[in-house]
Design a protein around this ligand. Structure first.
Ligand code: TPP
Ligand code: MG
Length: 656
């Protein structure tokens, strides 16, 4: 028997409905509805090699509608990836199966990015498309020349981040980005007509996109639309009209298929409707073979690429970008920079210190891509000679993201996950809230995105409480797998940058001051920030107090310690740029820094919640547990009791 399109697509539908039924949990509607479009994409358009999932020039495929995870698991299995196995699909959503509830990039090669939080997959794909164009500009067609494909649902298009993402993609003319919209007019609550009247296609067109429509259950129509998308120089939206849960005769077209098992009776009826007379998880050999043959097309494509790419100029460099070794040049560059600072100390804001460090980094490391969400001059993220990355020059290394913090953060994830690029981007620390869902996905996905977050406290002054972070540093510390760093001076800032570049398996957030800070480090034989906390100055008199300070409060703690020492109260001053790294130190080291017999005093111009972890309940926590105020910085530090005088006074009161 010859295998036709419907057989291929029905294999996807069957695996999806049977796996969801077995798990008694999951989302059959989306994979069943999009089975036809995905089959056309994977058998006729997508460039990939199941035997070499990391092929650097593969098309990137992003299932932005991550709840339809069974779609990608079915496709990976059918096309011949090593994983998931049929057994792993049988164990969909169970502990130990890589077929997680939503696709996880660290579980399965072929899953390019973790999706599920609606809207972010598409926004991440924008970053992948930027990375592709950049690498193409730097290394040429033979090395990098691929598409980025997205399947997105109504939810992905309805989320606010979609506006940011498509605005950026349209502006940058990312013609190799193609989004297939599962236009089924259904979400969880029911018909989309209950909640939206938007003309989605007009919105995309207004954002500079090419829009094409197709019948999502007609292979020829889908194929024609995908061809049109590839041919058009603009990013494309392929509006793919589908029926959710296609094939389930009584439930299709309704929200009932969105997120619940179909049930045994409906599955039996679907088998009849689809003409799929096979047991659960059984894919007939001829159909599996047809899928595998299709997947095997990639073997020759990737082998040809390897031969051609190897001949291209710069290919050896390209490999160092991919494996991260290009980053190593940052080490000596930062070391030289720090040595110069020790020889000639500088009083600068740590945001300026970051710019100085970046000057050394960007000159030595070729594959950083910087940017800011419209605060370039404030975030100090632009260094000499980077050039603007835009539609006229994809080879530039600096992106003007516009006022799109969330879109920027998601795009950085996309660049990091694409590979070959180390992205950093800036905004005000208070607007990490606008980036937060993407920072969370950087952390979950182990993506090296570096967040340059300036104006890190009341020290920013006159802009007032809307712009003054209070809970932000602490709330980021609470997130797993994020290095949150608040350096005290120009030397620590350089050290923190070195750490951020070495932190290849997660994001780093740098919290940087607007105001000038004196250089507190006079020696730098080793990267002390890497210990998370270290004794900056030991007590002169008998030690009674240990100050645990971060960022701009380190200088205030030093000055307070001077006053106390004058009265015979010995004070260690510990600078603590990074909690997470301190927590990794040995018990002995931690005990030495935080002795039991001293009063531990935390000083940080932010919430005191959480500092009990180090001060103990009997310690003293100096910070700000309310919103700030609008005034010059000095007046605010005075008002909130974070001057040297106020700190010394509080300590005396506690010791009395
Ligand atoms: C940010 C976010 N909000 C809410 C959800 C919960 N959620 C999962 S799917 C979904 C509806 C999505 O509708 P659509 O994209 O049209 O998917 P379809 O029902 O067509 O499969 C919602 C609200 C989520 N995953 N992410
Ligand atoms: Mg929908």
């Amino acid at each position: 028997m010859t295998v036709n399109h419907a057989d291929l697509a029905n294999a996807v539908r069957a695996l999806a409905m049977d796996a969801v039924q077995a798990a008694n949990s999951g989302h059959p509607g989306m994979p069943m509805g999009m089975a036809d479009a995905a089959t056309v994409l994977f058998t006729q358009h997508l460039k990939y090699d199941p035997e070499w999932p990391e092929w650097p020039d593969r098309d990137r495929f992003v299932l932005s509608a991550g709840h339809g995870s069974m779609l990608i698991y079915a496709l990976l299995y059918l096309t011949g990836y090593e994983k998931p196995t049929l057994d792993q699909i049988r164990n969909f959503r169970q502990l130990g199966s890589p077929c997680a509830g939503h696709p996880e990039n660290f579980e399965l090669p072929g899953v390019e990015t973790t999706t599920g939080p609606l809207g972010q997959g598409l926004a991440t794909a924008v970053g992948m498309a930027i990375a592709e164009r950049h690498l193409n500009a730097r290394f040429g067609d033979a090395v990098q020349d691929h598409h980025t494909w997205v399947i997105a649902g109504d939810g992905c298009l309805m989320e606010g981040i979609n506006h940011e993402a498509i605005g950026l993609a349209g502006h940058l003319k990312l013609g190799r980005l193609n989004v297939i919209w599962d236009d089924n007019r259904i979400t969880i609550d029911g018909a989309t007509s209950m909640s939206t009247s938007e003309d989605v296609k007009a919105r995309y067109e207004a954002s500079g996109w090419h829009v094409v429509s197709c019948d999502g259950h007609d292979a020829a129509s889908i194929d024609a639309a995908l061809r049109a998308a590839k041919a058009d120089p603009r990013p494309s939206l392929i509006a793919c009209r589908t029926i959710i849960g296609y094939g389930a005769p009584n439930k299709q077209g309704t929200a009932a298929t969105h997120g619940s098992p179909l049930g045994a009776a409906e599955i039996a009826a679907a088998r009849e409707t689809l003409g799929w007379h096979h047991a659960p998880f059984e894919i007939p050999a001829d159909i599996l073979n047809a899928w595998r043959t299709s997947g095997a097309r990639g073997t020759k494509l990737s082998a040809d690429w390897k031969m051609d790419a190897a001949k291209a100029e710069g290919y050896a460099d390209f490999l160092t970008w991919l494996d991260g070794s290009a980053l190593k040049a940052a080490g000596p560059a930062l070391k030289a920079h720090i040595d110069a600072l020790i020889a000639a100390p500088q009083t600068v804001a740590t945001r300026k210190a970051s710019e100085l460090a970046l000057g050394a980094i960007n000159a030595a490391v070729p594959n950083t891509i910087g940017g800011s969400a419209d605060l370039t001059g404030s975030n100090n993220t632009l260094t000499k000679g980077l050039g603007t990355l835009d539609a006229a020059n994809y080879g530039g290394r600096y992106v003007y993201y516009g006022i799109r913090e969330f879109g920027m953060a998601a795009a950085m994830n996309g660049m990091a996950l694409h590979g070959g690029i180390v992205p950093y981007g800036g905004t005000f620390l208070v607007f990490t809230d606008y980036c937060r869902p993407a920072i969370r996905l950087s952390a979950l996905q182990r993506a090296q995105a570096i967040y340059v977050m300036t104006h890190d406290s009341i020290g920013l002054g006159e802009d007032g409480p809307t712009h003054q972070p209070i809970e932000h540093v602490m709330s980021l510390r609470v997130m797993p797998n994020v290095l949150v760093m608040r350096p005290a001076d120009v030397v620590e800032t350089a050290e923190c940058w070195a750490i951020a570049l070495e932190n290849t398996s997660g994001p780093t957030v740098l919290a940087l001051s607007r105001q000038n800070l004196p250089q507190v480090r006079t020696a730098a034989n080793e990267n002390l920030s890497a210990k998370g906390a270290y004794r900056l100055r030991a007590a002169g008199a008998a030690r009674k107090v240990v100050f645990l300070a971060t960022g701009s409060e380190v200088q205030a703690a030093l000055n307070a310690a001077d006053q106390l020492e004058a009265d015979g109260i010995g004070c260690d001053v510990v600078s603590m740029p990074c909690w997470e790294l301190f927590d990794l130190q040995s018990d002995a080291y931690q005990a030495d820094i935080l002795p039991e017999d001293a009063l531990i005093v935390s000083v940080e111009a932010g919430t005191t919640v959480g500092w009990e972890r180090y001060t103990g309940r009997k310690g003293l926590r100096l910070g700000i547990d309310r919103f700030g105020a609008s005034a010059p910085a000095e007046a605010l530090f005075e008002k909130f009791g974070l001057t040297a005088d106020a700190i010394a006074k509080a300590v005396r009161g506690k010791l009395a």
